[in-house]
Design a protein around this ligand. Structure first.
Ligand code: CA
Length: 230
């Protein structure tokens, strides 16, 4: 199963970047569009699993786009979270009456947004929040806590498992040792960065028994799972 796709329609560039960074870190595939009319065109070509839609947009407002989407057969059930500015209380109601499933008032916290995204997906598209991660021929089942490569089960220690899970959530992305320490070990512990190399080495040894080297070492930068991200 591929990562769930989210389209963010937001004309504030910095917010668009922040949202896409955080959603990608959670394992979503993200496309950011800055204009309402552009979003409408893209949505006719490609319907994501969820849409995050700003209210005030150039060319075509979020509210109008939402109304139009609800009339289209491909998009009538598309999960939509509307973003509104603080103080537009009346607008919020209009936002929901235009067909949005949920709304968030700016400024909002990233954990709040992520929680709303997950809640809406669970409600509207539970199949996309699968507990099984796949990367090439590697399969990680979070519920069963088991890992397979080319149908062969791979036994991993707890740290190697968490490391693989994290890399599989972000296939192709390069992480530095300090980023991995932060994300996999947590920032509360003090561990030497060379420890990361030790665990990557163990993980590599375990998963490469059943196939070619799945982990890329990027000199001076860190590690990534699989191929380069396009
Ligand atoms: Ca805006």
């Amino acid at each position: 199963m591929n990562a769930p796709k989210i389209m963010v329609v937001e004309d504030e560039e910095s917010l668009g970047i922040l949202l896409s960074y955080n959603l990608e870190a959670e394992g979503f595939e993200v496309e950011v569009v800055t204009r309402g009319d552009e979003a409408e065109t893209r949505l006719q070509e490609n319907v994501p699993d969820l849409l995050i839609l700003d209210w005030m947009l150039p060319a075509l407002s979020g509210i109008e786009l939402c109304r139009r989407l609800r009339k289209g057969s491909e998009t009538e059930r598309l999960p939509i979270i509307m973003l509104t500015a603080r103080g537009e209380e009346g607008d919020r109601v209009r936002g929901l009456s235009s067909g949005a499933d949920d709304y968030l008032v700016k400024p909002f916290s990233t954990p709040e947004l992520l929680a709303r995204v997950r809640a809406l997906l669970r409600r509207a598209k539970p199949e996309v929040l699968s507990s099984v991660l796949r990367a090439g021929d590697i399969v990680l089942d979070r519920e069963a806590h088991r890992v397979f490569r080319a149908q062969t089960e791979i036994r991993l220690g707890p740290t190697e498992y968490r490391l693989l899970e994290f890399l599989m959530q972000n296939p192709g992305r390069v992480f530095s040792r300090s980023q991995l320490l932060d994300k996999v070990w947590g920032d509360a512990v003090y561990i030497d960065e060379r420890t990361v190399d030790v665990h990557v080495g163990r993980l590599r040894k375990a998963i490469n028994r059943s196939g070619p080297d799945a982990i890329r070492t990027v000199r001076g930068a860190g590690y990534a799972l699989g191929k380069d991200r396009p």
